[in-house]
Design a binder for this molecule. Sequence first.
Ligand code: DHB
Ligand code: FE
Length: 285
Amino acid sequence: MARITASVYSSHVPAIGAALDLGKTHEDYWQPLFKGYEFVKQWEQAQKPDVVFLVYNDHATAFSLDFIPTFAIGTAADFTPADEGWGPRPVPQVLGHPELAAHIAQSVIQQDFDLTIVNKMDVDHGLTVPLSLMFGQPQAWPCRVIPFAVNVVQYPVPSGRRCLNLGKAIRKAIETFDQDLNVQIWGTGGMSHQLQGPRAGLINKEFDNAFLDRLIADPEGLADMPHIHYVREAGSEGIELVMWLIARGAMGDLAGGAAPTLKHRFYHVPASNTAVGHLILEESK
Ligand code: DHB
Ligand code: FE
C-alpha cells in the first residue's frame, strides 16, 4: 500500500526562484536563506519519495479570477511551469501521478470534501519554488508530483479546521492506494507577509515562531485560529499558512499514532517581502 512518510513545509517566495535561476544563491543577501535548505536537499536524496502531494496556492495564474476552486487536485500526466509575466522558470516539466490522484479524488470526495478535478493546468511559483528548494536544480524532478491547489487569494478561503480535516481525509485516501509508494505531503506558502496596502512589508517573527511551535505540537488547537487572526498578525498574504494544516493533518499522530519526529526547523527574515519558514516532520515508524 502507499504510505505517507513525511510532511515538509516551506514558504514559496518568487524571488527565491529568480535567485536560483539567475545564479545568485552565493550573494550575501541570499546565502543565509539557502543554507537553511541544505539539509533538506541531502535528506530528500536519502528519502527518495515516489510521489509528493504538493499543497500550494495558485496566484491567479492557472485559474484567474474568472474561476476559483477552493480545493483543486491535479490529475494530469504532466504540468507545465507557468509564464507569470517574465517567461516560464527554466525548471523541468512536472510529472503527475494520474492513478494516485484519481484515487485520492474518489476517496476524498466520498469523505465529503468537494474537490475540483483539474486535467490540465500550468503551475506557478507556489509549486515550482518549493520543488527547487527541496530538490535543487536537476535535469528532471526526482519524483512524481500531485499538485493540490487551495484558494487563499479570494475570500472566502477555507478555515484552518477544514484544512486539518482535509489532511486527515487525504491520509486515509493515500493509505488505501494499492501500490507500494513512498509519499510525502508538503504544505507551502507563508509565513508572515503582506504585499499590498499601508501595511505592505509586514513581518511578525513572534507570530511565525509560535505558529511553528503549535504546528508541531498542537495542530488541533492551531486549527481553531480564525482567519482574522492570521490577517491581523501575519498580514494579508500570511493566510497562505492555512495550507500547512492540510499537510499536518495527514500525519499519523492525528490518526492515533505516535508524534512525528522533527528533523529540521529553519526560520529566516526577510526574503523579498516575506518571512521564510521551513520544517520537516518525519512519520514515526
Ligand atoms: C512574495 C511572496 C509571495 O507569497 C508571493 O506569492 C509573491 C511575492 C514576496 O515576498 O515578494
Ligand atoms: Fe504567495
